[in-house]
Design a protein around this ligand. Structure first.
Ligand code: SF4
Length: 214
């Protein structure tokens, strides 16, 4: 029997109360995630940085501005998507997440994914991509290609922060977000075509039924 997904508010309360790993000791606050609870696109980053830890919101400051500009290329804004991180607390000095921290924190991300039930999952950078796709293949090879993970279309992209010092990554990021916009429009067009075909089939069936009655 499928369990009912937890609500985002229930998950948020659990995150705020969590002391499962030592990152709880150094945090100013947890960073649960933000955005549209019914988003078609769930964006997953790595972990909160200094600004996120201070404000309790993912992707603020320079990386946030960059992400907003990239979303714009895809025809999206923050209200269209939900943004969360693999870790909900800031690692000291922004060091990489450790495997045991990811393992302890990942149930929250799984619950968030079930609650939001997105169509697309965009993974930003190596940690999110490896966690979601259960792969050791790096982002350099995977970015810009849609992968299927269960019912979700997963679209790995470089982390926006990686482009701050590397112009080549900036070009790849812009290209990948443009592709994301195309993928969403294609999915819309396919859904529209299905709806039109369903309507035509229903009209045919109604006409057949009317003909049979006369
Ligand atoms: S990082 Fe995750 S597991 Fe560790 S204390 Fe924060 S919420 Fe809990």
């Amino acid at each position: 029997m499928n369990k009912q997904p937890k609500s985002l508010e229930e998950i948020r309360a659990q995150v705020e109360a969590c002391h499962a790993c030592p990152l709880a000791d150094g945090r100013t606050q947890t960073v649960f995630g933000a955005g549209n609870p019914q988003a078609r696109v769930l964006i997953i980053g790595e972990a909160p940085g200094k600004n996120e830890d201070a404000q309790g919101v993912p992707f603020v400051g320079a990386a946030g501005k960059k992400l907003n500009a990239l979303l714009d290329i895809a025809g999206l804004d923050r209200d269209d998507v939900f943004i969360a991180n693999v870790l909900k607390c800031r690692p000291p000095s922004n060091r990489d997440p450790r495997p045991e921290e990811i393992e302890l924190c990942s149930p929250f991300l799984r619950d968030q994914t079930r609650a939001i039930d997105p169509e697309f999952i965009v993974t930003l950078g190596n940690f999110a991509t490896r966690f979601i796709l259960k792969t050791e293949v790096g982002i350099t090879l995977l970015h810009g290609q849609v992968q299927q993970a269960g019912k979700f279309k997963v679209f790995p992209i470089y982390h926006p922060a990686a482009a701050i010092y590397d112009r080549k990554k900036q070009a790849a990021l812009e290209e990948d977000f443009a592709t994301l916009g195309c993928l969403i429009r294609e999915a819309d067009a396919a859904a529209g075509a299905t709806t039109a075909a369903d309507a035509a089939a229903a009209a045919d069936a109604a006409a057949d039924a009317a003909a049979a009655r006369s």
